[in-house]
Design a protein around this ligand. Structure first.
Ligand SMILES: [Zn+2]
Length: 308
């Protein structure tokens, strides 16, 4: 599966309303060398360019590819949103299902990406004129993570700092305050500490740092500022195991032995490289984070499957 960024220009097209008002939308494929690369189910982040308002661009929605590229013309649905007659010309387009729209809360601004330690390398930040951008697997994972973490939280550094001011009245020091800002923006301190401690995926041993994700066991959005910086609340995993843990398909008991969702059949477990003999190191401090994950993420998913 690929992950893409598709860009739209609010100067020629009312991208906000189009995305907000329709669950199914069409997006043009202008970089035609990608014709064979688009697959059903691919993830797409929708990017609104600055248009006439400098500094307003960024990612405002996530969608999924549900048709392969096809020639289209006279799209009645989209017509009302164009400020030009461009829609009249036949064009190659892809049908998307809009999954999440975040016009304000959770919007990932271009400016905040420019400050991100890794995502600042995104091609769209350097070559701004294209419509379709294919992300590298590393960028895809990190952007996905950022998108998941930014809901109900603030994105721009300015907002983070305003938030931090509210925290000053609490009992954290200046250093901690700075670390919180850093960990919010890049989570780099947190990851560095965790990599130094654990060095590899705690379940399979992948040790190439480029593919290691420093996950919060109790998610960032649910943690207080101390928990956000606490390395005991971290678990170093490869993208595969991180995704299973993050979504609650696996968790651990008090001894660190893996718990696997009953919704996964034996074949799936083999393909996803999980088995009942796996375990992680548990210390007293980590135990209560794991307990939180087990009770709030893992068990919730399990009961959901039981209902279905
Ligand atoms: Zn792994």
């Amino acid at each position: 599966m690929n992950t893409w960024i598709f860009q739209g220009n609010p100067k020629v097209f009312d991208i906000n309303s189009y995305i907000k008002n329709h669950k199914y939308i069409w997006w043009s494929l202008r970089q035609e060398h990608f014709l064979d690369k688009i697959e059903l189910g691919d993830e797409v982040f929708l990017w609104r360019s600055d248009g006439n308002n400098r500094g307003t661009g960024g990612i405002l929605a996530k969608a999924r590819v549900i048709s392969l590229p096809e020639e289209r013309a006279d799209d009645e649905n989209a017509k009302n949103y164009w400020y030009t007659d461009e829609w009249e010309n036949p064009y190659l387009a892809i049908k998307l299902e809009v999954l999440q729209v975040r016009l304000e809360d959770g919007f990932i601004s271009r400016l905040s990406l420019l400050e991100h330690p890794i995502l600042k390398e995104l091609l769209i930040l350097r070559l701004r004129q294209k419509t379709n951008y294919l992300l590298s697997p590393e960028h895809a994972i990190i952007l996905q993570k950022l998108w998941n973490n930014s809901h109900n939280s603030v994105q721009s550094k300015v907002n983070v700092e305003i938030n931090m001011k509210n925290l000053v009245s609490g009992d954290i020091t200046e250093t901690e305050r700075e670390q919180v800002i850093k960990s919010r923006i890049g989570q780099s301190v947190f990851k560095k500490e965790l990599v130094a401690m654990e060095r590899k995926c705690q379940l399979c041993g992948v040790c190439d740092e480029r593919f290691l994700i420093a996950s919060h066991i109790k998610p960032w959005s649910k943690s207080n500022h101390k928990e956000r910086l606490d390395v005991n609340n971290g678990l170093l995993l490869c993208p595969n195991h991180d995704s299973l843990f993050d979504k609650g398909y696996i968790s651990f008991d008090d001894n660190g032995t893996i718990l696997i969702s009953k919704s996964l059949d034996e074949d799936t477990k083999v393909f996803l490289n999980i088995n009942d003999h796996m375990n992680i190191e548990i210390n007293v401090k980590r135990k209560h984070y794991i307990e939180w994950h087990r009770n709030n993420v893992f068990t919730k998913l399990e009961s959901l499957h039981r209902k279905i």
